[in-house]
Design a protein around this ligand. Structure first.
Ligand code: GLA
Length: 385
C-alpha cells in the first residue's frame, strides 16, 4: 500500500504542479453471502478487502474540478455548476457523479471550492469486487472532509449509490458502498438494507486457520445493461403480485402461496431472494454460535440458488465453485451481481494452493480463459491516510 500512496502523491504533484493537501483511500469489497437481496430491502454480509483505491486531493481557488487517474490518459475538467448526471460519461462519471450526488443530498456546491484529484487503485476492475464503489467512497469521504459537509458514513453510502444509479446508470443497491465505508478488519458488515442498521460481525478466519480465496473468472459483466436490471424488475413484479412492499417482507412460509400465484420464472427469482435472506441470517447466527468452519453449507446453498433459481451464474463460475468444493473448500459460491466476475472459496490455509492448481487445471481442460486467483483479508473501510 505504501507504494501506491507514494506514487499517487508524486503523480498528483507532477500532473497539477503543486502538492496535494491530503490522501484518502477506500477498499474494494467481497460479499460473503446475501446476493441480490439489497435492493429487495433484505440482508447482506459483505466485507471490505485489502485492495484499495487511493486518491490525492488539492483545493483550488476557483469552482472547477479536475480529475486524473492511473487508468485513463486524459484529465477531465468541469465546473462545479455544470455537474449533471446525464452529462457524465466514462470512468470519470464515478468520481464526478459523487460530487453531483453530494449536492443532491444538500451540500451547497455554489459555496465550496474546486478541487484537483488524482487516483489509482489496486482493486481489479470488472472482477465483481466493487472497484467502482471504492472510487465513489474514496471521493465521497475526501470531499466530505475538505468541503466540511459533516455527512455520516450511511449518508455517504447513499451518495455513492445515487452516483452509480444516476451518473453511471446502473440500478444497483446499497451493499457495495456500505461495505466499503463501514468495513472493519477481520469482520463482515451485517447490513439490514431496509433500516440501514449495520452490525460488525467478527469472522475469525485467521483463528480458524481459514483463508478466503477470490477466483476472478475474467468474464466481464456490466450492471448498467442487461440481466441485473431484468432480475430487479422480476423481483419488483413478484413483490407487487404478492402484495408486499419488497421481497424482504416475505418468509419461507410464504413460498407455497408464491408458487400458486406467480409464474414459474418469477417464483424462482422470488424463492432465491427469500431463501437468501434467510441464509444471511443463518450465517450470522452460525458465525456467532459455531464459528466460520460451520458456514460452508450455507455458502454452497447460496451458489446453487443463484445458479438454478436466480440464473445469474455462468459456466466459468460454476466450474470454479465445483472444483473448489471438490478439492477441500469448506464452502464456495459466486459473489456479486453475477453474469461473470468472481467466485469465492473458503478453505483451510493448507488447501488453498491445491484448490488453485485444481481450478487452473479444470479451466484449461474446458478451454476457459485462465482465471486470476488471490487470497483476501477483511480490512478497514474508507479512511483519510
Ligand atoms: C452488485 C450491486 C449490489 C448488489 C449485488 C448483488 O454488486 O452493485 O448492489 O445488488 O450486485 O448482490
Amino acid at each position: 500500500m505504501t507504494d501506491i500512496r507514494d506514487d499517487v502523491a508524486a503523480t498528483f504533484t507532477e500532473l497539477f504542479g503543486y502538492e496535494p493537501s491530503g490522501l484518502w483511500s477506500a477498499p474494494g469489497r467481497v460479499n460473503l453471502i446475501g446476493e441480490h437481496t439489497d435492493y429487495n430491502e433484505g440482508f447482506v454480509l459483505p466485507l471490505a478487502i485489502n485492495r484499495r483505491t487511493v486518491l490525492a486531493l488539492g483545493i483550488r481557488d476557483d469552482a472547477r474540478i479536475r480529475i486524473g487517474s492511473e487508468f485513463a490518459d486524459e484529465v477531465v475538467e468541469i465546473a462545479l455548476d455544470e455537474l449533471a448526471p446525464d452529462h457524465l460519461a466514462g470512468w470519470s462519471a464515478y468520481p464526478l457523479g459523487v460530487a453531483w450526488a453530494l449536492g443532491e443530498h444538500g451540500a451547497d456546491l455554489a459555496a465550496v471550492p474546486g478541487v484537483d484529484i488524482y487516483l489509482d487503485s489496486s482493486v481489479p476492475v470488472g472482477a465483481g469486487l466493487s472497484s467502482s464503489a471504492a472510487i465513489e467512497s474514496a471521493v465521497a469521504i475526501a470531499l466530505n472532509d475538505v468541503w466540511q459537509l459533516g455527512f455520516d458514513r450511511q449518508t455517504l453510502a447513499k451518495v455513492g449509490q445515487l452516483a452509480e444509479n444516476r451518473a453511471v446508470g446502473a440500478p444497483t443497491g446499497i451493499m457495495d458502498q456500505s461495505a466499503v465505508l463501514l468495513g472493519e478488519r477481520d469482520a463482515a458488515v451485517f447490513l439490514d438494507c431496509r433500516s440501514l442498521n449495520d452490525e460488525i460481525v467478527p469472522l475469525g478466519f485467521a483463528e480458524a486457520d481459514l483463508q478466503l480465496l477470490i477466483i476472478d473468472t475474467g468474464v466481464t459483466h456490466a450492471h448498467a445493461t442487461g440481466g441485473y436490471a431484468d432480475r430487479r424488475k422480476s423481483c419488483e413484479a413478484g413483490a407487487a403480485t404478492m402484495g408486499v412492499k419488497a421481497l424482504r417482507d416475505l418468509t419461507i412460509d410464504d413460498l407455497d402461496r408464491a408458487r400458486e400465484v406467480l409464474d414459474d420464472e418469477t417464483f424462482r427469482r422470488v424463492r432465491h431472494v427469500v431463501t437468501e435472506d434467510q441464509r444471511v441470517l443463518d450465517t450470522v447466527r452460525v458465525l456467532r454460535e459455531q464459528g466460520p468452519r460451520a458456514i460452508g453449507e450455507l455458502l454452497d446453498a447460496s451458489h446453487a440458488s443463484m445458479r438454478d433459481d436466480f440464473e445469474i451464474s455462468v459456466p466459468e463460475l460454476d466450474l470454479a465453485v465445483e472444483t473448489a468444493q471438490a478439492n477441500g473448500a469448506i464452502g464456495a459460491r459466486m459473489t456479486g451481481g453475477g453474469f461473470g466476475g468472481s467466485a469465492i472459496a473458503l478453505a483451510s490455509s493448507s488447501d488453498i494452493s491445491r484448490i488453485q492448481v485444481a481450478i487452473d487445471g479444470a479451466f484449461a481442460e474446458h478451454a476457459f480463459q485462465q482465471p486470476t486467483m488471490f487470497v483476501v483479508t477483511a480490512s478497514d473501510g474508507a479512511s483519510r491516510e
